[in-house]
Ligand binder design. Structure first.
Ligand SMILES: *[C@@H]1O[C@H](CO)[C@@H](O)[C@H](O)[C@H]1NC(C)=O
Ligand SMILES: *[C@@H]1O[C@H](CO)[C@@H](O)[C@H](O)[C@H]1NC(C)=O
Ligand SMILES: *[C@@H]1O[C@H](CO)[C@@H](O)[C@H](O)[C@H]1NC(C)=O
Ligand SMILES: *[C@@H]1O[C@H](CO)[C@@H](O)[C@H](O)[C@H]1NC(C)=O
Ligand SMILES: *[C@@H]1O[C@H](CO)[C@@H](O)[C@H](O)[C@H]1NC(C)=O
Ligand SMILES: *[C@@H]1O[C@H](CO)[C@@H](O)[C@H](O)[C@H]1NC(C)=O
Ligand SMILES: *[C@@H]1O[C@H](CO)[C@@H](O)[C@H](O)[C@H]1NC(C)=O
Ligand SMILES: *[C@@H]1O[C@H](CO)[C@@H](O)[C@H](O)[C@H]1NC(C)=O
Ligand SMILES: *[C@@H]1O[C@H](CO)[C@@H](O)[C@H](O)[C@H]1NC(C)=O
Length: 587
């Protein structure tokens, strides 16, 4: 069956290859994703998990820079679904972003075809369900964009890729967790950490019950592997380490870093990293791969530890003994921040484009506007629990913003999101940012909450120029890294601290700005930025043929309309007809 599917995919890809070659276009790759439930017991307790094509985590999407990706998503869940492609920039195409504020959800039994180009992108990303707290039950998977043949990697080609999806996990499913949040409760300590959808190896019989399936990574001595590690969890920062092995950090979310060895690395919710790991040990036994809860009292949070196995083909036996130590810095808050600050770009490496990454001199560009986003601990707003950004807990408008703009639905949302924290009572609102297209913005995330947070911007990457404890003030600009700041799309903001990023707002559309912490996000800690290219009088916000309608435009939605055949198929039919006519002509 799998072989047949592969063959089919190959066939499809090759046809598209041939056709697009003739016309000088970029190749198309097609995927079919079926979202459904399955009972699994990753921590030994049966629970309902969201699988994609029966897999948990979902299947790997692997393409090359500039490919066109077509994914037909079928929703076999019992509730609405939207798939967000975390880190894929959807250049000029916000309709494919898959977030609630701009796209209508895919209702149960329906399907929707996402089609987008991974324009000028390279690196390690992931997809995940973006609504209803579903990511806490699964539905996520890795998304790799490889290098084009004309652009070499800035390191020797690794012998193979190994994807690890790590995250904190509850044995309650997303509906139960959602109910707790809606009832104003905290979620409490997670029940564990999963690595590739599996529970911990039984490194300690007191802490890990019998019969849990764990992840085991098979390697060859002497080889070097590229570990692509994604934190797709809920809210717990994790420390990642491989016993007795160096982690050579080479990439963060699509940008090559200045290569640096770490013995362990802090990964926060929603972040992605690539590490080169050389199998340079003597294989006297297997080795532990660990992802353990960070910034928590370890004696109480011991069970919130993911453990997988690194197995050399010549291994002499099982891993035994204690796990490798986490950083011993419970009282030293600067260690982790210094590690984050040590992540720099490699300016001479080429990324998705042939020119070196460092050729964009972001430090010389004048900032056109500054936004300060302050987060506070969740609070009660009009009787409901909410988490705020600048005093506003976001309410998704009934009609998604892009649709409302396209079809002139008035009064759906407000363009009044404040560029500084509001004083006064927090409120619930559909407020978004009226951004300046091609502006060069400075965004300061000020975390006045009590928990570690990560912030993500759809549609863009940004330069992480500063990070420090205390309250940000304008004079902190003097401390910015204007030379080799890393460029990425998901950044940590320590509690009681700030993180400053610079971003060139050159992607027209309306884009989500959110915390990646699922609970805060669910409680409204997000907004959107709207960027209109006033010089483009054309179709910049025209919807694709298969757009879904909802809200004030729900009556326009017809299930399984003929026009829902995806654009790619149409193109194929047209091209085949052209070829046919041409052949007939010749004779
Ligand atoms: C949904 O799936 C059906 C059957 O697989 C297909 O014929 C149809 O084109 C799909 N619709 C969309 C919107 O992708
Ligand atoms: C990526 O670059 C490596 C060399 O750095 C090369 O071996 C490989 O073929 C390239 N990938 C593609 C898809 O061309
Ligand atoms: C297993 O964990 C328990 C609880 O932390 C600890 O007391 C015990 O020493 C550990 N056992 C081994 C063999 O390390
Ligand atoms: C990093 O570690 C690897 C393997 O442990 C070693 O070969 C390499 O030289 C180190 N690189 C640096 C920059 O220290
Ligand atoms: C393998 O390495 C370990 C740790 O460095 C060391 O304790 C052990 O003696 C070595 N075993 C062999 C057979 O070289
Ligand atoms: C962690 O919790 C244990 C048990 O509750 C307590 O004894 C210990 O003091 C705590 N450690 C820290 C660093 O707070
Ligand atoms: C930077 O990239 C170049 C390739 O352009 C590579 O040769 C070099 O080793 C990289 N340096 C670091 C520190 O990552
Ligand atoms: C940036 O602003 C300074 C001072 O306002 C001005 O002198 C300079 O020309 C500007 N630079 C650019 C690239 O616009
Ligand atoms: C939040 O801000 C207030 C006032 O600026 C400050 O006193 C307090 O320490 C901050 N709390 C955190 C967790 O940052």
């Amino acid at each position: 069956m799998a072989a047949f599917l592969k063959l089919f995919l190959l066939y499809f890809v090759s046809i598209c290859f041939i056709i697009s070659r003739c016309f000088g276009g970029d190749p198309y790759v097609n995927f079919q994703f079926v979202y459904s439930y399955k009972t699994l017991s990753p921590l030994g307790v049966p629970q309902q998990v969201i699988v994609v094509n029966d897999q948990f985590p979902g299947p790997l999407v692997e393409v090359v820079t500039n490919y066109n990706v077509v994914v037909d998503v079928k929703n076999k869940l019992d509730e609405n679904l939207l798939v967000n492609w975390n880190g894929i920039q959807m250049r000029d195409d916000p309709w494919q972003d898959g977030v609630h504020g701009t796209n209508c959800a895919i209702p149960p039994k329906a399907n929707f075809t996402y089609q987008f180009q991974v324009k000028d992108q390279i690196g390690s990303f992931f997809y995940h369900p973006s609504i209803n707290f579903q990511r806490a039950s699964g539905g996520f998977g890795p998304f790799i964009i490889g290098n084009r043949s004309i652009i070499p990697l800035p390191f020797p080609k690794p012998d193979a890729d190994i994807v690890l999806m790590i995250g904190d996990w509850y044995t309650r499913d997303h509906k139960a967790l959602r109910a707790d949040l809606s009832a104003g409760k905290d979620l409490g300590m997670p029940d564990g950490v999963l690595i590739n959808g599996k529970g911990p190896y039984q490194y300690n019989t007191t802490l890990v019950p019998d019969g849990i399936e764990y992840e085991s990574i098979q390697v060859e001595p002497g080889k070097t592997y590229r570990f692509r590690v994604h934190h797709i969890g809920i809210s717990t920062s994790l420390n990642f380490r491989i016993q007795d092995h160096n982690l050579n950090l080479v990439e963060t979310e699509g940008y090559y870093t200045s290569q640096t060895n770490y013995s362990n690395f802090d990964i926060h919710v929603g972040q992605s990293y690539s590490f080169l790991v050389t199998m340079d040990q003597n294989a006297s036994s297997d080795y532990y791969i660990v992802a353990s809860a960070r910034f928590q009292n370890e004696s109480q949070w011991q069970q919130v530890t993911g453990v997988a196995i690194l197995h050399y083909s010549n291994s002499q036996g099982k891993a035994a003994g204690p796990l490798p130590d986490p950083p011993n810095d419970f009282y030293d808050k600067t260690w982790s921040m210094n590690q984050a600050r040590s992540v720099r770009q490699n300016g001479s490496a080429s990324g998705a484009r042939p020119n070196p990454q460092g050729s964009f001199h972001y430090g010389n560009i004048n900032v056109t506007q500054t936004y300060i986003f302050q987060t506070l601990p969740p609070t009660t707003i009009r009787g409901k629990r909410g988490a705020t950004l600048n005093g506003i807990s976001f309410v998704n408008p009934a009609t998604p913003i892009l649709l409302a703009d396209w079809k002139n639905v008035k009064g759906d949302y407000k363009l009044d999101f404040p560029s500084k924290p509001l004083t006064g009572h927090p409120r619930l609102d559909s407020s978004i940012i009226d951004g300046t297209f091609k502006g060069f913005a400075e965004i300061v995330f000020q975390n006045n909450d009590t928990v570690m947070q990560t912030f993500h911007l759809d549609g863009f990457s940004f330069y992480v120029v500063g990070m420090d404890y205390g309250v940000w003030t304008e004079d902190r600009r003097g401390s910015y890294n204007k030379w080799d700041a890393i460029y990425r799309c998901t950044v940590q903001v320590f509690p009681g601290a700030w993180t400053a990023v610079l971003v060139y707002l050159d992607n027209p559309g309306t884009w989500n700005i959110r915390t990646e912490n699922l609970d805060r996000w669910y409680l409204g800690q997000e907004t959107y930025i709207k960027l209109v290219n006033h010089e483009d009088k054309g179709t910049q916000f025209a919807a694709p043929d298969n757009v879904r309608f909802c809200g004030a435009l729900a009556n326009l939605q017809k299930e399984n309309r003929a026009s829902s055949i995806n654009r790619n198929m149409k193109l194929l039919v047209i091209l085949l007809s052209v070829v046919f006519i041409a052949l007939v002509d010749l004779h």
